[in-house]
Write a protein that binds this ligand. Structure first.
Ligand code: BTN
Length: 255
């Protein structure tokens, strides 16, 4: 097997950890070089966005965290999240012939249900990024029937393709793709075309729950720096974080 150039040049594999993001953060604080990947069969305290838990059955899925030290300003965080979402989408398209869509800011959906999530945690030093911990979770070889409360809005690759998927091959493909996209990113390509082409909500009426308010309007665009541009009745706002619900005629919640 060929060595991966940067991301995955070193891969630490664990059976059970609290969160792979924690291990990568500790390695970063200890001065580890970028490209370290930590994977786990099971996370006892896996984290999602907005303080949520990330729970999958042991040994079924991709759960990995990557240490990055992009030579970029803090704005790079949104670009790195975008890169990861696009990388997951590319892998699902190219290796499983699926048609994923992306939901701002960073969910990957299949058939309207979330199959992958991305959690970015960063440490800044002045106006530069010291390090980024990029956590990626992809639901693979189990059926969402084991979590009936999640099934209306989450799915797994097994549920979508109808059989088990080679998780190791998927991981390898994802790391290869991330290396290619990260090389483009540090050279200044913000990957907006790939992101926009798969973004679900542009032009749709949506509701966004931020930390402080709930807004309803039309999703007009996503800016280079990752903000959702939401058109309200008489103004536009830029939102950097939030939970989106697409309002459809039947009011189906696909968040
Ligand atoms: C989300 O959509 O809420 C983000 C989910 C991110 C889950 C991954 S799994 C690997 C890494 N370790 C964690 O604790 N979380 C991320």
């Amino acid at each position: 097997m060929n060595t991966l150039p940067l991301i995955g040049h070193r891969i630490e594999r664990y059976m059970v950890v609290a969160s792979t993001n924690d291990l990568v953060r500790a390695a970063a604080e200890g001065g580890a070089p970028e490209g370290l990947v930590v994977t786990a069969e099971e996370q006892a305290a896996g984290r999602g966005r907005l303080g949520r838990k990330w729970i999958v059955p042991r040994g079924t899925s991709l759960q990995l965290s990557i240490l990055l030290r992009p030579p970029l300003a803090p704005i790079a965080g949104a670009r790195v999240v975008r890169m990861a979402a696009v990388a997951v989408a590319h892998v699902l398209e190219q290796h499983l012939h699926l048609t994923p869509v992306l939901k701002w800011p960073n969910d990957v959906l299949l058939g309207g249900r979330k199959c992958a999530g991305i959690l970015l945690e960063s440490s800044l030093s002045g106006d530069r990024v010291d390090y980024i911990v990029l956590g990626i979770g992809l639901n693979v070889n189990y059926t969402m029937r084991v979590y009936p409360e999640l099934a209306p809005r989450a799915t797994t690759l097994q549920d979508v393709v109808g059989h088990e998927v080679d998780c190791a091959a998927l991981e390898r493909a994802l790391l290869v793709e991330l290396n290619a996209l990260y090389a483009r990113l540090v050279q200044g390509d913000v990957l907006m075309d790939e992101y926009r082409a798969r973004l679900k909500l542009l032009g749709q009426t949506i509701r966004v729950a931020t930390a402080t308010e709930i807004l309803q309007g039309i999703a007009r665009d996503v800016s280079d720096d990752g903000a959702l541009i939401l058109e309200l009745d008489n103004r536009s706002v830029k939102l950097y974080a939030g939970d989106v619900t697409i309002l459809q005629e039947n009011a189906l919640d696909v968040s």
